[in-house]
Design a protein. Structure first.
Length: 177
C-alpha cells in the first residue's frame, strides 16, 4: 500500500448504539483491501471503524451530523489536557449521571459539553443515546485509551454535515467510504 501508512489501531471513545463492534473487523478488512488516497467516514459515531483501521491514507475526514459527537472529537483533538482536567474527579454514580443528564447542553461551554457527553456515554447502558439509563459499573475513563484516539485524530478534519453526498463530492474519485 504505497499511499497508505501503517498506524496502530485504537479503541472507540465509548460505546454507541448502532456501533460496529461485531462487524468492524469484516468492514475494515474490506476497506483496507482497496488502495485509496482518502478515507471519508460519513457517520463516525464513537469511531468503531475509523479508529480500528490500521492503514491511514493521505487524507482522512470524519463526519457526523450529531453535534455532540463532532464537538467531543474536536475537543479531543484540540483540548485533550483540559478535558482530562474536567473529567479527572468525576465519580460513577447514579446521582451524578442523572444530574448531568438533566443539564441542557446549550448552557455549557464546548469543553463542558464534551465532558458531559463523554461521561453519559461511558456510564450509559450500552451507549443508548436518547434512552440513557445508568449502568451500575465502575468503568472509569481510560486516559490511555483516549491517548491512542488523539494520535489518530490529530490532523483529521471533522465535519458536521447531514449530507453524505456533499462529502462524496468533496472527495472526488479518490475517496473510500
Amino acid at each position: 500500500m504505497t499511499t497508505m501508512k501503517k498506524v496502530p489501531a485504537a479503541a472507540p471513545v465509548a460505546l454507541w448504539l448502532g456501533g460496529k463492534k461485531a462487524l468492524s473487523a469484516h468492514i475494515i478488512e474490506g476497506i483496507e483491501a482497496v488502495e485509496h488516497r482518502a478515507y471519508i467516514e460519513p457517520f463516525i459515531g464513537m469511531g468503531g471503524v475509523f479508529l480500528r483501521r490500521t492503514w491511514k491514507p493521505v487524507l482522512e475526514v470524519a463526519n457526523d451530523f450529531n453535534g455532540e459527537i463532532t464537538n467531543l472529537f474536536r475537543i479531543l483533538q484540540q483540548h485533550y489536557p483540559q478535558l482530562m482536567d474536567v473529567m479527572r474527579f468525576q465519580i460513577a454514580s447514579r446521582r451524578e449521571f442523572e444530574r448531568l443528564r438533566a443539564v441542557d447542553p446549550s448552557t455549557l461551554t464546548d469543553l463542558q459539553r464534551a465532558a458531559r457527553f463523554l461521561y453519559l456515554q461511558r456510564q450509559a447502558f450500552g451507549g443508548m443515546r436518547g434512552h440513557l439509563a445508568f449502568m451500575l459499573s465502575c468503568r472509569v475513563l481510560s486516559v490511555f485509551r483516549l491517548q491512542f484516539c488523539i494520535g489518530r485524530l490529530c490532523l483529521t478534519p471533522l465535519e458536521g454535515t447531514p449530507s453524505f453526498w456533499r462529502l462524496k463530492q468533496a472527495s472526488g474519485a479518490v475517496g473510500s467510504f
